[in-house]
Design a protein around this ligand. Structure first.
Ligand code: G3P
Ligand code: CA
Length: 232
């Protein structure tokens, strides 16, 4: 079976990552999924941003966790990518759900895993929108995933890792998905995962000519920053 296609931070090849413009372009690309990164603002809102600070992807400075939503909303999150995206804002998870949640499946990566409120707020937001069962929650942080499982038993919860050998952690904790950096994947790893009932998603694979190779390995999802270029 052909892998499903997942956009990475929206269609971050065509629009500034983790913005509404990028998520709209992920839908246009025909991707089955979009991945997005979330953190909590100083006033506890779930906002969509990869880095711990706003410095790289906005015209501001400072830690997301020390800025209120009102302060984050004043920032330009698009001009760094190109003038066409000037004025693009830092979205909340709720805004992403509202714009595209019924047109593409959401894979929400918990970045502020050190904040114990994050996981609960993410699951509550997906659940309130009626989207939880079709979504995925993932993190590099095992503790966040174990908390997610308490709140969402049997849910599509994924351990992210750059190392194939960390499949063992997913197996030990009964996590149903392993989202692994694509260089770390080979046929034996996919077979071992599948024999144990664990599905495999690879990131961040931006080379269209490698699609067939990874499809032949049997990976379940390919996550890419260039979904519009992928030969699905
Ligand atoms: O979903 C996995 C991938 O997004 C992890 O890497 O740095 O892009 O969040 P990063
Ligand atoms: Ca991510």
């Amino acid at each position: 079976m052909s892998p499903q296609l997942m956009a990475h931070r929206g269609n971050s090849g065509l629009a500034p990552e983790n913005t509404l413009a990028a998520f709209a372009k992920a839908v246009e690309s025909g991707a089955d999924w979009t991945e997005l990164d979330v953190r909590l603002s100083a006033d506890g809102e779930v906002v969509v941003m990869h880095d711990a600070t706003v410095d790289r992807t906005t015209n501001g400075t400072g830690a997301v966790a020390e800025l209120t939503l009102a302060e984050l909303k004043k920032l330009d999150a698009g001009s760094w990518f190109g003038p066409d995206f000037s004025g693009e804002r830092v979205p909340t998870l709720a805004e992403v759900i509202e714009l595209v949640g019924r047109r593409i499946r959401l894979n929400v990566e918990i970045k502020s895993a050190n904040n114990p409120l994050t996981v609960g707020k993410v699951i509550e937001a997906l659940s309130a929108a009626g989207l939880l069962e079709q979504s995925m929650v993932c993190s590099f942080a095992l503790e966040a995933l174990l908390e997610a499982r308490q709140l969402w038993p049997g849910g599509r919860i994924a351990l992210i890792s750059g190392r194939g050998q960390d499949l063992e952690i997913a197996l030990r904790h009964g996590l149903p998905w392993f989202n692994v950096e694509y260089h770390a994947v080979d046929e034996a790893l996919v077979r071992q995962a599948h024999e144990a009932g664990v599905k495999v998603s690879i990131w961040t694979m931006d080379e269209p000519q490698l699609w067939d190779y990874y499809a032949a390995l049997g990976v379940d999802i390919i996550c890419t920053s260039v979904p519009h270029l992928m030969p699905v």
